[in-house]
Design a protein around this ligand. Structure first.
Ligand code: PNW
Length: 513
């Protein structure tokens, strides 16, 4: 994801749920094997804490038009607008996991992870997006993947929507059309019916901030580039759709489905200076970038954050709109969405600075103007291979603490964290990133009492990085895209992660390796 500087962008899971998942999983792994060190000297996570890795359908599967799969907005976008993709590539083949998933599971087994987070492609299962026509090959594919995972004792954590909307639904306006919430519920029902008993944890959406703000407000697929307008419509319908699926699960699937949550991304937003104006601007920015989705679901009162309501209403008026560009929920919708997640899935990668924007508000609507902050990063912060991703471990601890204080210490599951580099197997900088972020996480848990139950590294292997194509590599495994079999090779970080997942202690690593 290239965010540049335009954008950094309760029911609680009973501890029981996680305890059960963890104990089921740990029963199938032999710990304490090859690594012998004094546990007391080590920085270790709790016994029921789980480690895993993540991927997403469009980024790894390929087989874009195989065996009845429908077209997605990313298929359409990469085919029609290759100029919008950094290296002009697409996900037609990607890592070919549609054919190579058994190899992927062997890699997971080698790493010894307790869970694997992947996503189901909506158009692979429902080619037109609607549930009148189910693509049996799509059901077969995910059934085989789930069986393979479960037979190896790896717990599947499944995202229903990781950005690959059926193109047929985009033709109706996609996430800006309110009817899509009903269609998403139909899709969720198909998933619950077919896969419900094979999946421990469901996530409705991955990072609505990214696909609404960058897809409808910017130049990710579908590339609507309508900031401060379509991004708000998108978010509104995503929140409705999420709440409706959660209620479906509570009302009709409670005996079959174990837990349902959502994944939100939260980059830490630090005031650029200690001035009151910048501190206030940073807090407002957190409410816009994170509270936009988190407040309706995880706060006691529900609905959009009051500061967001107030600012968008006021600025819309000044811009001569007859109504606010930020839509309103009915009281029933507020209630339906409030508390509609068993836990908070959190993606965290980096930190930004926020300074108050002292300029005049323009007549052209935009999310950034509504938010009122100027986004930057410090030059000194260590770089990755993504312009937006700087290595700032302390921001992770601050994000977790902000969540703890804002939403009464909800159960948090880290669904993504990771770093991009160039090609290469000796990725000591990735190990260094992991070391810093894992220590920040452990401190947030032990010193600050943040309730975090699991950690997921992005990503198992290199994959199609959206508008950055194949140029940014996040994988513990390197993928050779030029080889016909998309050969996967373990990096140094895979060995590091293997130790982590099998001991639950942060490995001491020889960085010269
Ligand atoms: C995530 N930020 O997006 C996505 O879930 C993945 O599909 C993607 O491959 C991965 O991160 C790496 O880019 C992000 O601004 C979008 O901090 C924005 C941010 C982070 C992650």
């Amino acid at each position: 994801m290239s965010l540049g500087y335009q954008s950094p962008r309760r029911r609680r899971a009973g501890d029981m749920t996680w305890g059960i998942i963890a104990s089921m999983l740990f029963a199938s792994f032999g710990f304490g094997g090859t690594f012998s060190y004094e546990r007391s000297e080590k920085l270790c996570f709790p016994d029921d804490f789980i480690f895993g890795v993540a991927t997403a359908a469009y980024q790894i599967e390929g087989a874009w038009n195989t065996s009845g799969k429908g077209e997605s907005i990313w298929d359409r976008y990469t085919h029609e607008r290759p100029d919008r993709i950094f290296d002009h590539h697409n996900g037609d083949v990607a890592a070919d996991s549609y054919h190579l998933f058994r190899q992927d599971v062997r890699m997971l087994e080698y790493l010894g992870v307790q869970h694997y987070r992947f996503s189901i492609s909506w158009p692979r299962t429902l080619p037109s997006g609607l549930s009148n026509e189910i693509n049996e090959d799509g059901i077969r594919y995910y059934m085989e993947l789930l069986d393979e995972l479960n037979s190896h004792g790896i717990s599947p954590i499944v995202t229903m929507y990781h950005w690959d909307l059926p193109q047929a639904l985009q033709d109706l306006g996609g996430w800006t059309n309110p009817i899509i919430a009903e269609y998403f519920v139909d899709y969720a029902r198909v998933l619950f019916d077919h896969f419900g008993d094979k999946v421990n944890v469901w996530l409705t959406f991955n990072e609505p901030l990214s696909f609404c703000h960058d897809g409808y407000g910017g130049l990710d697929a579908p590339g609507a580039h309508s900031s401060g307008f379509e991004d708000y419509l998108c978010a509104h319908n995503v929140l409705r759709a999420h709440g409706m699926v959660y209620r479906l699960y509570m009302d009709q699937y409670k005996d079959k489905i174990k837990s349902v949550g959502i994944t939100l991304d939260f980059s830490w937003l630090e005031p650029a200076t200690t001035s009151d104006a910048d501190q206030k601007a940073a807090e407002t920015a957190r409410q816009f970038y994170f509270g936009w989705f988190a407040h309706p679901i995880f706060s006691k009162t529900g609905d959009y954050p009051p500061i967001m309501r107030e600012r968008v209403d006021t600025i819309s008026k000044r811009q001569h709109f007859t109504r606010s560009r930020l839509p309103s929920f009915t009281p029933e919708e507020v209630e339906m969405i409030r508390g509609s997640s068993d836990f908070l899935g959190l993606n965290h990668y980096t930190t930004y600075l926020i300074a108050k924007n002292k300029g005049k508000i323009s007549l052209t609507p935009s999310f950034e103007a509504d938010m009122g902050g100027i986004v930057s990063q410090k030059k000194e912060w260590p770089k990755s291979n993504s312009t937006w991703l700087k290595v700032v471990p302390w921001g992770f601890r601050k994000s977790l603490n902000w969540v703890r204080l804002a939403y009464d210490n909800p159960t948090v599951f880290i669904t993504e964290n990771g770093m991009s580099l160039e090609r290469g197997l000796k990725d000591s900088r990735r190990i260094n990133y992991l070391d810093g972020y894992l220590k920040a996480l452990l401190t947030a848990m032990t010193k600050d009492n943040c309730r975090v139950v699991g950690y997921t590294y992005w990503s198992l292997m290199d994959n199609f990085e959206w508008t950055r194509g194949f140029s940014e590599r996040f994988g513990l495994y390197e993928v050779d895209y030029d080889s016909p079999n998309k050969v996967r090779t373990a990096r140094s970080s895979a060995e590091y992660f293997k130790q982590l997942a099998q001991t639950r202690c942060i490995p001491t690593w020889n960085y010269t390796v």
